[in-house]
Design a protein. Structure first.
Length: 492
């Protein structure tokens, strides 16, 4: 009887890894949507008659729903079951994608993009929590986080490439239609492969007042950030809505401190590795998203590349992230501990960004751009899995969805805030250089250089946090487990 037990566990292991790949395929579809739309915006504008100001809402409506609902969606996963929330999210996202592709007016497309954001938040918020419960063993969990981090990190680059191909070869409608068969397949396979969980029950965290406060605060905050391009940072609109968002957040924190069953127990923030990893992720995503956005504009508006060429130019980043996060990252994290891997990885990202501070107007890809992209890919491929490990290190069966939603929220808000601030800085610097008599290409490049410098500074701040706040934890134990398992593998 005992002899048959290992094979049963082996089969279960294979099923878990198959479930992980299906889970990541669904999440990849959602992450791709964040960048694939940007490439198609000019075609959407000319086809549907968007004004220049209203066109931004094709992106903003999605961001507001996505960023605003992540925390609530993660907690709902803990309360009523993460599998249910994931399947609901995939269903909503797929249906909304079909509606986006069929849209024949700006109003319908904007509304459908908002619903897409709701579906994306529901699915993304519970993903890391599901990985924690599927892979409780540290070394396997590190490998699983590596797969997820590859999807999350490389998805943006792949989205640029896919957006260029679909838009140029067929039409912008297909950047949404392509989600339909993928979403249906991901939902069916997730229903079949993922373990069902009933959750801890709404009575253990159904804080309706807290849910309203945090959702309103996050949605209003993301709205205020993305609208700074239209109103400016010092406007009554920005300051007023920004203060209201902060007041709602303060009210939420006060509610969590007194509620009998809080939506977000403040005890979650006691471990230094949890709040430290979330803050570092905030800075990292703000810096890297600003880099990707501005370097895309540099390739397009200064070097004259088309969308497909831009996607190909970023492929070294995606390939390097994939090569590391799918194997090497897990082994290094298991052997040395997440903190020891995170510090040098953040330094590599910072150096990669710093190389762009002096980027010339007429640059050569192999000499001026490729080295920085390779360093960014290496650093990100090691950084994101380590951050996920640290941020989820204290998560339990009852709150892993909330921890997952929190990490996604810090990334989303960090990206929105970083992009809004850096885009404003770039435009202001470019305007100053134009006023001083520089030509358009030189002025644009000057604005981008300043953004790259600020992005580097954000990474330096993240490095200082990692060095002073994070704790090594159980790296020695993980190293011993790594050596034991490696010896067993060698003997086999």
């Amino acid at each position: 009887m005992k002899a048959s037990k290992p094979s049963g566990f082996a089969g279960l292991g294979e099923r878990r890894w198959a479930a992980l790949y299906v889970l990541c395929a669904g999440i990849l579809m959602i992450i791709l949507d964040g960048t694939i739309v940007n490439v198609a915006l000019p075609s959407i504008q000319s086809d549907l008659g968007f004004s220049q100001s209203s066109l931004a809402w094709v992106v903003n409506s999605y961001l507001i729903a996505f960023g605003g609902l992540l925390l609530l969606a993660g907690r709902l996963g803990d309360l009523i079951g993460r599998k249910r929330i994931l399947l609901a999210g995939l269903g909503v996202f797929t249906a909304a994608s079909l509606l986006c592709g069929l849209s024949m007016s700006p109003e319908v497309l904007i509304a459908a993009r908002f619903v897409q954001g709701v579906g994306g938040a529901l699915s993304s918020a519970v993903a890391l929590g599901m990985i924690v419960t599927m892979f409780p063993e540290p070394r396997e969990q590190a490998r699983a986080f590596g797969v997820y981090s590859f999807v999350a990190s490389a998805g943006a680059s792949i989205g640029l490439l896919a957006g260029g191909i679909l838009t140029q070869a067929i039409s912008w409608h297909w950047i949404f239609f392509v989600n339909v068969p993928i979403g249906i397949a991901a939902a069916l396979l997730s229903w079949r492969l993922l373990r069902s969980d009933r959750g801890i029950g709404l009575g253990n965290g159904a804080d309706v007042v807290g849910a309203v406060l945090v959702t309103a605060s996050l949605m209003l905050g993301v709205y205020t950030i993305v609208e700074t391009a239209a109103y400016g940072w010092a406007s009554v609109h920005t300051i007023g809505f920004g203060l209201l968002s902060v007041l709602l957040l303060v009210g939420f924190v006060a509610r969590q401190a007194t509620a009998q069953n809080p939506l977000l127990p403040l005890s979650m923030f006691r471990p230094r590795n949890v709040w430290g990893a979330n803050l570092i992720q905030f800075l990292l995503v703000a810096g890297m998203l600003g880099f990707f956005f501005m370097s895309s504009l540099y390739l397009q508006r200064v070097l004259g590349l088309d969308p497909l060429q831009i996607g190909i130019a970023f492929m070294p980043v995606a390939l390097t992230i994939g090569a590391l996060s799918l194997g090497m990252s897990a082994r290094l994290t298991a052997r040395f501990g997440a903190r020891r891997i995170l510090l040098p990885s953040l330094i590599l990202v910072a150096i990669g960004l710093a190389l762009y501070i002096r980027v010339p107007v007429q640059s050569t890809y192999l000499l001026d751009l490729l080295p920085g992209m390779v360093l960014l890919g290496i650093g990100a491929g090691l950084t994101f899995p380590a951050l996920a490990t640290l941020a989820m290190s204290s998560a339990t069966e009852s709150d892993s969805g909330l921890a997952s939603g929190l990490l996604n929220t810090t990334a989303q808000v960090g990206g929105a805030l970083g992009l809004a601030v850096l885009a404003t800085v770039a435009a202001s610097q470019t305007g100053l250089l134009l006023a001083e008599g520089e030509n358009a290409a030189s002025a644009l490049t000057g604005g981008f250089r300043l953004v790259f410098a600020i992005s580097t500074a954000l990474l330096v701040a993240g490095i200082l946090l990692a060095a002073t706040v994070l704790r090594t934890g159980t790296a020695r134990q993980a190293s011993e487990e790594f050596r034991d398992e490696a010896t067993a593998e060698d003997a086999a």
